[in-house]
Design a protein around this ligand. Structure first.
Ligand SMILES: Nc1nc2c(ncn2[C@@H]2O[C@H](COP(=O)(O)OP(=O)(O)O)[C@@H](O)[C@H]2O)c(=O)[nH]1
Ligand SMILES: [Mg+2]
Length: 385
């Protein structure tokens, strides 16, 4: 499916940059336009692929290109104040050619955390295309302010978008890795999963003889509301064109092996590390996509995997299809789970938001108390004199 990508803030911009490079590498063609929005000049300069004219600086009047720090309220304010600047870039997109908008942002910082929900609300008001978010949650070791920002922004972002796809940095960090090196690796993991999904919906009719290719409407139907997560598993395959099986005449065996491989890849994808870890059975809808060289895409395997996921989720809305990539030497399974509800990380963030709210109320209440006891003392003092 064709997307307009908008990276909001530093993480958002870098991930959109990486999406462009992935789209190029697989010949996907799923990106119609790519825009970066930031309040920090240096972050925009650091991007590699997003065209210069699509790098939009906001908040210049308030922060003079220095960024908003981790202040996501300020991030939201400058996004609102400069929404016309952003719209100016969106006006250059041939919007009638896109299937959806995708706003990418780190939820823990300031610019993206505050600004992404503001932009989502704006786009939903103007356009009929779905507006999706890709929200990146901070690592738990980043500190309280990042967690609190994410807790607050997450809820707002979910409410504004048609679906929030989530990636949790915390579930993907590895020990002993530098932060920067870590992000480069993580960003590749992000774009491979979400990129394959969106590219799958972009296979043109007649590109391949695959009747079972995924259609963009199937992705859109799966992403109808709530929160989504993706699982992915792959295996390197022999791409000698089936020489061995034609020599041995063992086609039947090969077929069975391909079916089993695909079914087990679907299970591995769903039960392995998800972009947002959750209880798979809580998903409301799902989509299974088989990727790889057409000769290795096994219909029966996808169908069995799809049925297995139906049983796991007790959902009647599990879709399935192929994404043939002739040049690839791996077969893979992508499992998109949508409308997931049993997500420990989100419950944890909600708890943080509630506690922060209570603390604010406590501080206010005790300030009120102090004030009135001060007045009481004042009264007593008055009486003394
Ligand atoms: N996956 C990923 N996460 C990032 C990257 N850079 C920053 N983050 C995360 O995004 C959050 C917000 O940081 P940043 O994007 O710099 O904030 P902003 O520029 O104010 O929106 C951080 O707390 C990190 O969790 C990145 O390159 N990749
Ligand atoms: Mg930053």
């Amino acid at each position: 499916m064709k997307l307009a990508l908008i990276g909001f803030g530093q993480a958002g911009g870098k991930v959109v940059d990486e999406f462009l490079s992935f789209d190029d590498a697989i010949g996907g063609g799923f990106i119609e336009s790519a825009i970066a929005v930031n309040s920090a000049t240096t972050d925009l300069k650091g991007l590699e692929r997003i065209p210069d004219e699509n790098r939009i600086l906001i908040g210049q009047a308030r922060v003079k290109g220095h960024g908003v720090g981790a202040d996501n309220e300020l991030g939201a304010e400058v996004a609102e104040a400069d929404i016309d600047e952003i719209q100016g870039a969106i006006d250059r997109i041939p919007v009638h050619e896109i299937d959806a908008f995708l706003i990418v942002a780190g939820m823990g910082g300031g610019t993206g955390s505050g600004g992404a929900p503001v932009l989502a609300k704006h786009l939903k008001r103007i356009y009929t295309q779905p507006v999706y978010g890709l929200g990146i949650l901070p690592g738990t070791d980043e500190g309280g302010i990042y967690t609190l920002n994410a807790a607050r922004s997450f809820q707002t972002f979910v409410d504004e978008v048609d679906n929030l796809l989530v990636f949790d940095n915390d579930a993907w960090r590895s020990a002993g890795e530098s932060v920067e090196g870590g992000y480069d690796r993580i960003n590749r993991e992000i774009v491979e999963r979400f990129g394959l999904l969106f590219a799958a919906g972009e296979v043109e009719q007649g590109d391949h003889v695959a009747e079972s290719v995924v259609d963009s409407s199937e992705i859109i139907n799966t992403l109808s509301n709530g929160v989504s997560t993706i699982g992915y598993a792959r295996e390197v395959v022999d791409t000698d064109g089936g020489l061995l099986s034609s020599l041995t005449g063992d086609d039947e065996f090969d077929d069975g092996a391909a079916t089993n491989r695909m079914t087990s890849l679907v299970r591995k994808a769903a039960l392995g590390r998800l972009t947002l870890p959750c209880d798979v059975s809580s998903a409301d809808r799902g989509l299974v996509v088989a990727t790889g060289p057409p000769s290795h895409l096994n219909r029966k395997g996808v169908e069995r995997g799809r049925q297995w996921l139906e049983d796991e989720t007790a959902s009647m809305e599990i879709r399935g299809g192929d994404y043939p990539i002739p040049s690839r030497d791996e077969v893979g399974a992508i499992v998109l789970l949508s409308g997931v509800t049993d997500v420990p990380r989100i419950e944890q963030l909600q708890q943080v938001a509630i506690e922060a709210q209570e603390t604010t109320e406590d501080v206010r209440a005790s300030a009120d108390e102090e004030f009135s006891s001060l007045m009481d003392t004042g009264g007593e003092l008055d009486a003394l004199f």
